[in-house]
Design a protein around this ligand. Structure first.
Ligand SMILES: Nc1nc2c(ncn2[C@@H]2O[C@H](COP(=O)(O)OP(=O)(O)OP(=O)(O)O)[C@@H](O)[C@H]2O)c(=O)[nH]1
Ligand SMILES: [Mg+2]
Length: 199
């Protein structure tokens, strides 16, 4: 089946509240994960556009829900990061609950990409999200980000260890990527394309 043209992507909408989200029924591939894990960088890397999504050294950059329409077919939805403590209390409450609420609504969510930093590994909030997704029966894929510092075999060993430690469920579906070194991007584009095509 055809792979979508990820280079043909445009920023379609920005939403600060759930009632501002598009209602056109297009499928969404969600990018979820802790602040600073590399969600916005991944949008740019997948689409080959350096400045489509804003990337920053300072965590908590993305505080709104951003919709990127890929090949007129589906959205890549960049959610605000969770677990970030440097914003003001009211801001944290606002953008964390926005991300939480988002997954709890009736959105046409096809797949949730759960980004986890390869070197830091899964933290409590990540496992809580994964458990929740499994409980809801919502399809997800773990995306280990910033994999430029690890070899493929080191990565596999890490994942095995995390599974044994109970920091991940056994046999999690995952892909390791690096936005800066362009690792795993084509594999992820194919995975997403296949997924959308099979819906
Ligand atoms: N080494 C390395 N650094 C990366 C990679 N991807 C992103 N980064 C860096 O990680 C930092 C955060 O990246 P963002 O893409 O803004 O992260 P985010 O998840 O969108 O963050 P929030 O918007 O705060 O939730 C930036 O300094 C990036 O340059 C990668 O593949 N490798
Ligand atoms: Mg971001």
């Amino acid at each position: 089946m055809a792979k979508f043209n990820f280079e043909n992507t445009k920023h379609a909408y920005t939403a600060g509240r759930l009632d501002q989200c598009p209602e056109d029924g297009k499928w969404e591939i969600i990018l979820a994960g802790k602040s600073n894990v590399g969600k916005s960088s991944l949008v740019n890397a997948l689409t080959g556009q350096k400045k489509l999504a804003r990337v920053s050294q300072s965590p908590g950059k993305t505080r709104l829900i951003l919709y990127f329409e890929v090949d007129k077919a589906f959205y890549l939805t960049d959610l605000p990061g969770y677990g970030f403590a440097k914003a003001s209390k009211s801001e944290i409450a606002q953008f964390n609950s926005l991300a939480d609420d988002y997954l709890n609504t009736d959105r046409p969510i096809a797949l949730v990409l759960v980004l986890i930093d390869s070197r830091r590994g899964p933290e409590e909030a990540d496992l809580a999200l994964i458990d929740w997704l499994i409980h809801q029966g919502m399809p997800y894929l773990i995306v280990f980000s910033k994999a430029d510092k690890l070899s493929k075999s080191q990565m596999n060993t890490q994942v095995f260890t995390w599974e044994k430690e109970g920091r991940l469920p056994d046999h999690v579906p995952y892909i390791a990527i690096s936005s800066s070194k362009k690792i795993g991007l084509e594999e992820l584009r194919i995975y997403i394309s296949d997924f959308i095509n099979k819906l």
